[in-house]
Write a new protein. Structure first.
Length: 187
């Protein structure tokens, strides 16, 4: 795939896998603006980038932030790989089941095991897509690891798993597994 259409082709693959898949611009969506206000309130302003930085998946809908199209095709592709995991989670658990896992266990803020596990599955795919696209060195980049850790321990997802060493352990194990998988695929 040419880098200029990598994300577009993958989005078409997702449309084939998920008939009825919709894409929505968050800044044009009243529900997204409501979620943004609620997150700003709940996180005391800590999550102030919901509309501008984060892609959100609900059911078979991908909600894109402001500036989505300004990102590189490679960046959009890696993000779509992450979001594809969430699409599959919604298919596996249903809308209500996924929402319950995401929002309830153990607590909505500060210690949300269910949300952490759902997000970890998707961030592992972020690492894998990064490795496949840019190589293992890119997947091992300390800046990428710091970004992922921050998503878990910071306000972006409501401090869902505030244990940076545990999250780094997840990352380290995933990197080892991905390296083995890629080596095996290349032999």
């Amino acid at each position: 795939m040419a880098p200029t259409d990598l994300d577009e082709r993958y989005l078409e693959e997702l449309r084939a896998e998920f008939p009825g898949l919709r894409t929505v611009d968050k800044d044009e969506d009243a529900f997204s603006r409501l979620i943004d206000r609620a997150l700003r309130l709940l996180t005391l302003g800590g999550q102030s980038a919901y509309l501008t930085r984060y892609v959100t998946t609900m059911g078979r809908t991908l909600y894109f932030p402001t500036g989505w199209r300004a990102r590189s095709p490679e960046s959009r592709y890696v993000t779509l790989r992450h979001e594809a995991v969430h699409l599959r989670q919604f298919r596996r658990f249903g809308r209500v089941g996924t929402a319950l896992i995401y929002l309830l266990p153990i607590a909505p803020l500060g210690l949300a095991w269910g949300r952490a596990r759902l997000e970890w599955e998707a961030y592992r795919e972020t690492l894998r897509a990064t490795a496949e696209l840019h190589g293992m060195d890119a997947a091992r980049d300390p800046a990428l690891h710091a970004h992922i850790r921050t998503q878990f321990v910071g306000p972006a997802y409501g401090w869902m798993w505030p244990f940076p060493k545990i999250v780094q352990g997840w990352i380290d194990r995933a990197i080892e597994e991905i390296a083995v998988e890629i080596r095996g695929a290349n032999q």
